[in-house]
Write a protein that binds this ligand. Structure first.
Ligand code: DGL
Length: 361
């Protein structure tokens, strides 16, 4: 055995003190901050008005992602933030091509070990739709948080900066992992599937009226009280990686005295699927039902949804879906049923399989 000289006493003491100091330093070192990428797409959060009291009649999608980040230096206290301007649009102009671009970029980034979460700044008009589309195509448990604003960045009490801060804080949190795509607005956390914009202009517009929001962001911390119950993100069966387009699906709005003209125009225009946003529990007017049956016979997939906004559209309730070979939308509003049907049609045209999909997501 090698002979070993005894270590002088003071060497041991100094080493022990150095060890404590090192650890002490470690304890006081900045906490590990998550890496969050902000993908900017436009909207009011990037909007500007002519005066500080201009809260309507402003221009959306004018401020770039770097300016959004620089306007909130507090972001650096909750995450290491990088920004990308994916596109710059008012979100009423959102379309399937933008969705595929955004979804593919999100999946590319989340596959990287140095990206812990993503925030997407977005116009509020179609924010709920983009959120649900991503909920169905993101292949990761990492947090993806959508955020917007109801007042432009130039307005008194603009809500964009605090909404962006909360969204980054949420995307950087371990609590948000595995929760599906989230919407962070007005200090609240909503699930992509069930949230809707419910007011044309007020900052509290995003609500999950009956099924309930997931939690709050308060005092620089996210608090979850519920979880999304339907499949999402990493558990999805949908894959957009090789898709260049999505099947055309259109929405027919139900109302007293409606006729088949709109439906027939959509079918003639190449629709592969129709969302019938019926009155009540997805009711079919006698003047429209024959056109729906004819469309189905041509191979167009028909989903019975409701314009009402809350509640279940029950299969074989207001119509005999088994006999008509229609699909019931469950609780999805028409604009979200359209998204799910588009993605379902990339995998199957079988109506029974599509009904399973509507009961799964
Ligand atoms: N043009 C609307 C949009 O981009 C403005 C609404 C907003 O972003 O709050 O969605």
């Amino acid at each position: 055995m090698l002979y070993r000289k005894p270590v002088p006493f003071f060497t041991v003491v100094f080493a022990f003190v150095a060890l404590l100091a090192g650890n002490a330093h470690a304890d006081t070192a900045a906490p590990h901050l998550a890496n969050v990428t902000i993908l900017a797409t436009g909207g009011t959060i990037a909007g500007s008005g002519s005066t500080s009291t201009t809260t309507i009649g402003y221009t959306a999608a004018t401020v770039g992602v770097n300016s959004l980040i620089q306007a909130v230096p507090e972001l650096n206290k909750v995450a290491h933030v990088t920004g990308e301007q994916v596109f710059q649009i008012a979100s009423e102009n959102m379309n399937n091509e933008y969705w595929l671009t955004l979804g593919k970029r999100v999946n590319e980034l989340l596959a990287r070990p140095d990206v812990d979460g993503i925030v997407i700044t977005h116009g509020t008009d179609t924010l709920e739709e983009t959120a649900y589309f991503l909920d169905l195509v993101v292949k990761s448990h990492k947090p993806v948080v959508l955020v917007g604003a109801m007042r432009p960045s130039t307005a008194l009490s603009a809500d964009g900066p605090i909404n962006l801060y909360n969204a980054v804080l949420l995307a950087a949190s371990h609590e948000a992992v595995g929760q599906g795509v989230l919407v962070a607005m007005n200090d609240q956390i909503h699930a992509a599937r069930d949230v809707s914009k419910t007011n044309t202009s007020t900052p509290d517009t995003f609500k999950t009226t009956e099924l309930g929001m997931l939690g709050y962001i308060q005092g620089n911390h996210p608090y979850f009280y519920h979880r999304a119950m339907r499949k999402h993100t990493a558990d999805t069966e949908f894959d957009i990686s090789k898709l260049q387009s999505l099947p055309q699906v259109d929405i027919v709005y139900g109302y007293a005295n409606m006729g088949p003209a709109a439906l027939n125009a959509f079918v003639a225009g190449g629709a592969k699927g129709i969302i019938h946003a019926g009155v009540g529990d997805g009711s079919l007017a006698n003047k429209v039902k024959p056109a729906l049956v004819a469309a189905r016979k041509q191979g167009v997939l028909i989903v019975r949804a409701s314009r009402v906004g809350q509640g279940i559209v029950a299969r074989n309730g207001e119509a005999n879906d088994d006999e008509l070979d229609f699909v019931a939308a469950d609780t999805l509003n028409p604009q979200k049923a359209r998204i799910l049907l588009m993605l379902a049609l990339t995998r199957t045209s079988d109506s029974k399989e599509i009904q399973r999909i509507f009961y799964t997501y």
